[in-house]
Structures are given as structure tokens and as C-alpha cells.
Ligand binder design. Structure first.
Ligand code: IPE
Ligand code: IPE
Ligand code: MG
Ligand code: MG
Ligand code: MG
Length: 294
């Protein structure tokens, strides 16, 4: 456990240092854009997605510096998605990571634009990273665009809005979760695998690990929305209940949702075990994030 936490802290340190460099404060007259973006970007997320990119690349003994910019690009897309997700026209949340959401701290226009900025900056960073060969950069850009796009995260977010106040089938909910949350988690792992030059079989196993992990991650997020309350968002109220969201908890109840997360975790583990690589960190990370309390 101490080793796992040390390695997580080490990765978080690298990621945050780099994010800080990628989105610096400026003396431009429009510096408030960067200040607002930094407010959420550097505001203590768990950094799961970039950690996955770094740890996956490391499975193949790739130079960790090669994976750092791609890892930060995924985290920027994730942060933008959170900023927009919290807006009044979406989930209307006032707190994120224990602090006021961006639109509460600044205003809604700033939240829209800071999200837009982080989204575009992520692709600029990937295109600019001349430590990676151009062919690899193009592959990473394509992966990130697809995962965050209409058939990925944004598609999932639209499904999420459409499913409010409805009773979707479990199959539809699984697709919704796989897109809104799973897609970026899969992308984070795929990017590490591309940088590490995984074989097609290794790539496939890592992908299936990430798909299950991503789904388990969102099922646990649904559970925490009702059980963690104040700790998760600074509010005593469940945002999902207020918005009449369709979640694993609303569909199955807490106990069955917990069982679903557990079996997804086991399936993810099975894919990892089939890789003949040193996957103990990813195994421990998988367990750690599913036992999280925020
Ligand atoms: C929260 O993501 C929203 C989901 C997609 C489930 P995280 O739980 O990874 O959020 P941070 O970045 O650690 O705050
Ligand atoms: C967020 O899902 C998914 C994305 C923003 C892509 P949620 O709406 O469940 O995330 P939280 O609970 O607000 O963190
Ligand atoms: Mg949402
Ligand atoms: Mg939300
Ligand atoms: Mg949630």
C-alpha cells in the first residue's frame, strides 16, 4: 500500500509540475482566462487518467518523459469535461473537489471559455511535442479526438442528458457510462500503449482492462454520489437524485451496483493477468480507485 501511494504521489508530482508549465499565468490583458483554467486544472484531482498513461507506457519500459505531455493532454480534456459538466445547463453543481465550481467562483461565460481553452490546448500540446515522432503524435491526436468526441465522451454526455427522468435499460446505461467516462480512461491507456509500442495482442488486453476499469469507475462514482455526499462535492445532497439522473444506483440499488463494480473489477483484473508484463501497479491502482471514498 505504501509503495502504491508513493508511486501515485510521484506520478501526481510529475503531472502537476507539467500542467503548471503547460498553462502558466501570463501578463496578458486576458490573463483571467488562464487564472480561471488553472483554478480547476490545478485543484487537486486524483489524476487517474494521466497516471494510467504514464503507468501503461512504463509497462513497456518507455522513457517516462515521452508519456508526460500526452498524459497531461488527457487530464486537460477531463478537466474541461468536468467544468462544462458542472454548468447550470448540465448537472448544475456548485462544488467540485471540495471547492466552488468554476462558474461559481468566476462566472458561466468564463467556465465555458476555460473549458474551450483546455480542450484546444490539449491538442496543441500533443501536436507540439517534438520528443515523439510525428507518426506517433498523429495516432495520439486521433485517439484523443475520438475518445472525447461525438462517439466518445461528448456522445456519452448527450446520452446522460437524454436519460434524465427516464428508465433506460441496463444495456443503454452501460453504453452511456462507457462513453461518458470509459472512453477517456480507455484513451489514457491506449496512449500509453502506443508510446510503449505494445503488440496488437497486448494492446487489445490493455484496452479491455481499461474498458472494464472505466465502467467500474463510473459505477463507483454513481454510488459515491449518494453515499459520499459532502465529502465528494461539498454538498449534502445527491446531484444525481436532484437531476433525476439514470445511474447504476437508480436502476439497481446500492447493493447490486456495488456487486456490479466488484465484478467489473475482477474482469479488468483478468485482462491484466493475461499480459505477460509486470502489472502489479495497475492491479493495485484498479483496486485502490474502486475502494475510493471521493
Ligand atoms: C469524476 O472524475 C467524473 C467522472 C468521470 C466519474 P474523477 O473522479 O476522476 O475526478 P477528479 O479528477 O479526481 O476530481
Ligand atoms: C461526468 O459524470 C462525466 C463527464 C464529465 C464526462 P458525472 O456527472 O457523474 O461526474 P460527477 O459526478 O459530476 O463528477
Ligand atoms: Mg454529468
Ligand atoms: Mg456531474
Ligand atoms: Mg457522478
Amino acid at each position: 500500500m505504501a509503495m502504491l501511494k508513493n508511486r501515485i504521489n510521484h506520478y501526481c508530482h510529475l503531472i502537476e509540475e507539467q500542467l503548471n508549465r503547460f498553462v502558466p499565468e501570463t501578463s496578458d490583458s486576458y490573463n483571467l482566462l488562464f487564472e480561471a483554467s488553472r483554478y480547476t486544472l490545478l485543484n487537486g484531482g486524483k489524476r487517474l487518467r494521466p497516471i494510467l498513461t504514464l503507468a501503461t507506457a512504463e509497462l513497456f519500459k518507455a522513457d517516462p518523459n515521452l508519456a508526460l505531455a500526452p498524459a497531461c493532454a488527457v487530464e486537460m480534456i477531463h478537466t474541461y469535461s468536468m467544468i462544462h459538466d458542472d454548468l447550470p445547463c448540465m448537472d448544475d453543481d456548485d462544488f467540485r473537489r471540495g471547492n466552488p465550481t468554476l462558474h461559481k467562483k468566476y462566472d458561466e461565460g468564463f467556465a465555458v471559455l476555460a473549458g474551450d481553452y483546455l480542450l484546444t490546448r490539449a491538442f496543441e500540446i500533443l501536436a507540439d511535442d517534438n520528443r515523439l515522432p510525428e507518426t506517433i503524435r498523429v495516432q495520439l491526436i486521433k485517439q484523443l479526438a475520438q475518445a472525447s468526441g461525438g462517439h466518445g465522451m461528448i456522445g456519452g454526455q448527450i446520452m446522460d442528458l437524454q436519460a434524465e427522468k427516464t428508465d433506460p435499460s441496463l444495456e443503454t446505461l452501460e453504453m452511456l457510462h462507457s462513453k461518458k467516462t470509459g472512453a477517456l480512461i480507455v484513451c489514457a491507456v491506449r496512449m500509453g500503449a502506443i508510446i510503449g509500442q505494445a503488440s496488437p495482442i497486448q494492446f487489445q488486453l490493455l484496452e479491455s482492462f481499461a474498458l472494464k476499469m472505466g465502467l467500474a469507475f463510473q459505477v463507483t462514482d454513481d454510488i459515491l454520489d449518494v453515499t459520499a455526499g459532502e465529502k465528494k462535492r461539498g454538498s449534502l445532497h445527491s446531484s444525481d437524485v436532484a437531476n433525476q439522473k439514470s445511474t447504476y444506483v437508480s436502476l439497481l440499488g446500492i447493493e447490486q451496483a456495488k456487486q456490479t463494480a466488484e465484478s467489473l473489477q475482477q474482469e479488468a483484473l483478468l485482462s491484466l493477468k493475461q499480459l505477460s508484463l509486470e502489472t502489479s501497479f495497475l492491479e493495485a491502482l484498479l483496486q485502490f480507485v474502486n475502494q475510493r471514498t471521493y
